[in-house]
Design a protein around this ligand. Sequence first.
Ligand SMILES: *Cc1c(COP(=O)(O)O)cnc(C)c1O
Length: 960
Amino acid sequence: MTHAPQHHTPDFVGRHIGPSDDDVSAMLKLIGQASMGGLVEQAIPGLIRATAALDLQAAESEPAVIAELRAKADRNTVLRSMIGLGYYGTHTPPVVRRNILENPAWYTAYTPYQPEISQGRLEALLNFQTVVSDLTGLPTAGASLLDESTAVAEAMTLMRRGSKAAKDAVLLVDAQVMPQSIAVTQTRAVPLGIDIVVADLTGVADEAALTAAADGRAVFGVVVQYPGADGAIHDWSGLAQAAHAAGALVTAAADLLALTLLTSPASWGADIAVGTTQRFGVPMGFGGPHAGYMSVRAGLERTMPGRLVGVSVDVDGAPAYRLALQTREQHIRREKATSNICTAQVLLAVMASMYAVWHGPDGLSRIARETHAKAVALHDSLHAAGIETTTEHYFDTLTAIVPGRADAVVEAAVEHGVNIWRVDADHVSLSVDETTTADDLHAVASAFGVNIPEPQDGEPTWPAELRRTDDFLTHPVFHSHHSETAMLRYLRALSDRDYALDRGMIPLGSCTMKLNATTEMESVTWPEFANLHPFAPADQTVGIRELITDLEQWLCDITGYDSVSLQPNAGSQGELAGLLAIHAYHQANGDSDRNICLIPASAHGTNAASAVMAGLKVIVVKTAPTGEVDMEDLKQKIKEHGESLAAIMVTYPSTHGVFEDTITDLCSLVHEAGGQVYVDGANLNALVGLAQPGTFGGDVSHLNLHKTFCIPHGGGGPGVGPVAVRAHLAPYLPNHPFSEEAGPQTGVGPISAAPFGSASILPISWAYVRLMGGAGLTQATETAILSANYIATRLRKHFPVLYAGENGLVAHECILDLRGLTKESGVTVDDVAKRLIDYGFHAPTMSFPVAGTLMVEPTESEDLGEIDRFCEAMIAIRGEIQQVIDGKVDVADSVLRHAPHTAISLTTEWDHPYTRAEAAYPSGVDPLRKYWAPVRRIDGAYGDRNLVCSCPSPEAYDES
Ligand SMILES: *Cc1c(COP(=O)(O)O)cnc(C)c1O
């Protein structure tokens, strides 16, 4: 492939890409390639290589791109939102905004799979779990789900697993559950064959009434919203009793702010609580990202979806946090998984937890009381003017009865600068929040033609038996950081414990930890993007919709697909959406028996989990000894399943980091058998500008904007997992009940709560594409491939590189095989990963896709100096392993086995065969750049046996 000569690399491209031109020459020389063009030609099979250069608008400078974003932002109109429905105005504490949301120490961190270097965010997540657990009254809370609606859907399947009700039992949903949650849950229920009955459950208090509400069918689970979408607070204890008597479980979708004043769901019998934590300081952002939550009663924690942080100990017995009960997760359980959630919403969960740390229980209750008082003032003035409400008991939301006048009232409110919600022709609902001012109340009252009294800070107006009397957030962390100085230092202390991209390279294969440039991040917190309600009228959201349309088009241009939906808010959700599209396509063609999904053995765990959620049966295809999909086995399986073949899910380049030249054959074979080809696009960083899955045989892919397109990982989320399809699948993309533009009418339903998912972080990827242009993006891909091959070449002499393509080249990552060395020396991948911490690195991906290996992905953003530093650390570690092999050191007392070394561990008595300096400052470690792990190696099993998933009492740390 030929490239136009690059006369001038736009400034940003040169800053995003680490290696300089000279570095590139040196790297090419080392790997024995004459030119970048030559490297690409040899690495990527000719059959799939793009024949034309990527044709996007030319790259612009950083100031110019900011100006373009500014112009888009100016085309949004931010009115005071009183739409509610799960999205509320909130004041992000500035100390939290600047020191978390705008701080790379937090937003560039990875998922805390290496807990020793993630103690800060793990503590923040433990705080999050404690907030959720305390407020809902349920003992175990996870470290975030994707949004409230998907959390309701996850609760549905959790209840199905937990209930002994008959196989054909239904999910019974109260009519006042958020409409978007009902819709998302419906999307998820269809492929699982679960029926949902929506009914008014307010009067249900015995088994007979429960069965009647469910149209006479058995019930496995009940969902209520607390308070309801209409704002009403009900006592659900009778319903919970009836449900339990019938063998069903109960889920409360609950508002955490209301729960500071309301009795907890656990107190009236809920088994599960779910919801959003958005109004704890996270901007609405046109729909997200926000952290969803789930908490469960004892007995359900082991099948709970998502990640769970727990307290354990390190080898010295010091308390240490790590992800608990890992073996229940999708990446381990694959086709036996109960949920596909992988990337969650860590950064937003951290923000929400810090909102609670900042305000403490008294501050939260005060905010709730003030919010309620504003609703009372509105309620009283409406009633004084003869306007009735349907909501007798309420927290922050009223539903007003305006016969035939709903449209007129909504319009009048807009004229007064306020958005309220049209429920139907005769009803409107309006929600107040902590940001609602006296002026806002006057404005909305004027829309009804009424006056409003000053809100009085008062006690809850609902019945005494539903008022919260028990304490919450009693742990000292919620009482200790209320001055800004204290908060600032707490946040700093936590982030200092963590290793993120602001310290050094995170060479995680498959995860593409590349630069998240400041300019890309800049507009996320602009009010014109941050303060839009996802259901705001289209004419107020022109700018963000333009941005969305641009990005959809560019992703089509890049991938070769015809249509893109940005709604899925993680890769896993894109997978599910893509598989649902395949399923719907087969159905439409009368092929309803096609239910087999072929998945190579090396696939990411989410693939199999998503397939099961899409109602498909997973059949595993073998891996050939060379790492490729075993084509003979594939042919055999296709033959076996012929007419029932629905799809194959393959990752390209493969999870082995290789461009397989059999990919086009594979696609043809599956197509000939009537199946569809799903190309997992998580590895698109090896393809952008060079090859297109939509033209080399894929029918559908998901991409990970939080990998290839620069959205930061946030310590384990947010993410965006767009699903891209060829034209024949476009009618089956996700859509949304509240936005016609969000997807086709014929679509499979919503996959996320908001029409455009995590819309407020889309400017990041938009800016990346504008700053790079087609040539810059292509250069990035080439450099990523070059850097991976450079590492493979440098390290091959020291560690076998497991797989390579035809010409001995890898793609954008390489697998270092440690199994032989482990056999010889007893040194494990774990030992190497932990020893890398002493050298100042985050470990590569461990034991995925092959156990006993490390997968290294440098990305284009790491410069040659950092890449060399990594290679030298690995070589030095290889030397340390040799010492063990040579019998000079016993593995059990080696510097590897005792890694990582904390500062404190150096000050205690020293009886190791290596020196303190060798422990802490091995070769190449610059003392001025030294990163100190805060804890030593963590005993995960101990924590799983003694499960503690909320802030331990201070006494728990007392060793005496
Ligand atoms: C990251 C990844 C996924 C899942 O993406 P999430 O956003 O974490 O849900 C799927 N497949 C592969 C190959 C991946 O690397």
